[in-house]
Design a protein around this ligand. Structure first.
Ligand code: ACO
Length: 335
């Protein structure tokens, strides 16, 4: 069994900046409303970029910082809800663009927890000996699945990608995970792709005229904001507590907390429940909004490039979102 460590990170966001004032010019909202409720001031939205181009940009920076060639990768996982196309999947498109011909590639879908789930999966591949070097990407072009006439959701989200390279190591860098899901609460955060429309169902409906055809479901993101808020402030501290108990550490031992950047007030509530100073939490939702699966990855890259991470520092990464899904990972930095 091999140990696992973090070798490098990268990120890539679209050029186009959309401010709260830009949105206020399009709909009945205001910079003040958005800023005070969410901490978001602006977000990046694609114009020319694609999920693949953002993913490849983040991957190239992560490979460069890890000092790894694309040909050395054994595994590529892209966590996303918004691939450019369902076939081929995003990870295959990334493999092609990078020339990572020795990698096995697949996508993973776990909404805003996707990057954390994918990083955990890659760490398990390496621990189990199925891979030595893995590229994990969290990427999202949420702007294409948002209802731009719904001010309750469209002000929250942004586009972007972040990446991390994990590698086999003699010294343990990846120290544990506490993951969970609650499918029974799936209805609080949804997006329905399509209604079932095949010839057999059409015939079945015509033979059962008393039954109404299934209601056409929204193909855009729907969110019960207050339920999601309650879920996050309960589950995230629980999962971090569980993770630290398993590792025999306390919150005081942790140097940096990298949480999903959904909302400033969620991070603040988690910090309060854990009794940890906000100084230890990375915050960038003011600049990028909520980038779903990309959010922890982009925040991790910003932290790594800030120069504030020292050898031996403990990092907690925590994702939470649709499913409902949540998960926390513990790393010790080996630099
Ligand atoms: N601008 C102005 N007014 C607005 C806007 C807007 N963009 N959106 C909603 N409002 C209005 C509503 O119409 C409502 O008005 P009413 O009282 O006259 O009906 C009022 O503001 C309150 O609306 P709520 O939806 O109840 O707003 P709330 O105070 O719950 O704040 C928010 C919404 C910020 C989304 C909050 O629920 C929250 O923080 N949720 C956490 C979940 C989250 O951040 N999810 C992100 C995506 S999911 C994830 O990443 C896991």
């Amino acid at each position: 069994m091999s140990e696992v460590k973090l070798l490098g990170t990268g990120s890539c966001v679209p050029e186009k900046i959309v401010t709260n004032d830009d949105l206020a010019a399009m709909m009945d909202t205001s910079d003040e409303w958005i800023r005070t409720r969410t901490g978001i001031c602006q977000r990046r939205i694609v114009t020319e970029e694609t999920l693949t181009s953002l993913s490849v940009g983040a991957a190239q920076r992560a490979l460069e910082s890890a000092g790894i060639l694309a040909e050395s990768l054994d595994l590529i996982i892209v966590a996303t809800l918004t691939p450019d196309e369902p076939l081929p999947n995003a990870s295959c498109a990334v493999q092609k663009a990078l020339g990572a011909w020795n990698a096995c590639c697949f996508d993973l879908s776990a909404a805003c927890s996707g990057f954390v789930f994918a990083l955990h999966t890659a760490a398990m591949y390496i621990r189990g000996g199925a891979a030595k070097t893995a590229l994990v990407i969290g990427a999202e072009v949420l702007s294409k699945i948002i209802d731009w006439s719904d001010r309750k959701t469209c002000i929250l989200f942004g586009d972007g990608a972040g990446a991390a390279v994990l590698g086999a190591s003699d010294i343990p860098g990846f120290l544990g995970a506490a993951m969970g899901t609650d499918g029974a609460k799936g209805h609080t955060l949804t997006m329905h792709e399509r209604d079932i429309a095949n010839p057999f169902r059409t015939r079945w409906l015509s033979e059962h005229p008393v039954l109404e055809p299934a209601q056409s479901l929204s193909r855009f993101v729907y969110m019960d904001g207050q339920e999601v808020f309650k879920f996050a402030v309960k589950r995230v501290p629980e999962s971090i507590g569980q993770l630290l108990d398993q590792a025999g550490l306390t919150v005081a031992d942790i140097d940096h907390f990298v949480l999903h950047q959904a909302n400033y007030r969620i991070v603040e509530a988690v910090a309060r429940r854990l009794k940890v100073s906000m100084d230890k939490f990375i915050l960038n939702m003011d600049r990028y909004g909520n980038t779903s699966a990309a959010s922890v990855a982009i925040a991790l890259d910003e932290l790594m490039r800030s120069g504030s991470v020292q050898n031996g520092d403990y990092l907690v990464l925590s994702g939470f979102g649709g499913g409902l899904t949540w998960g926390s990972l513990l790393f010790k930095m080996i630099i």
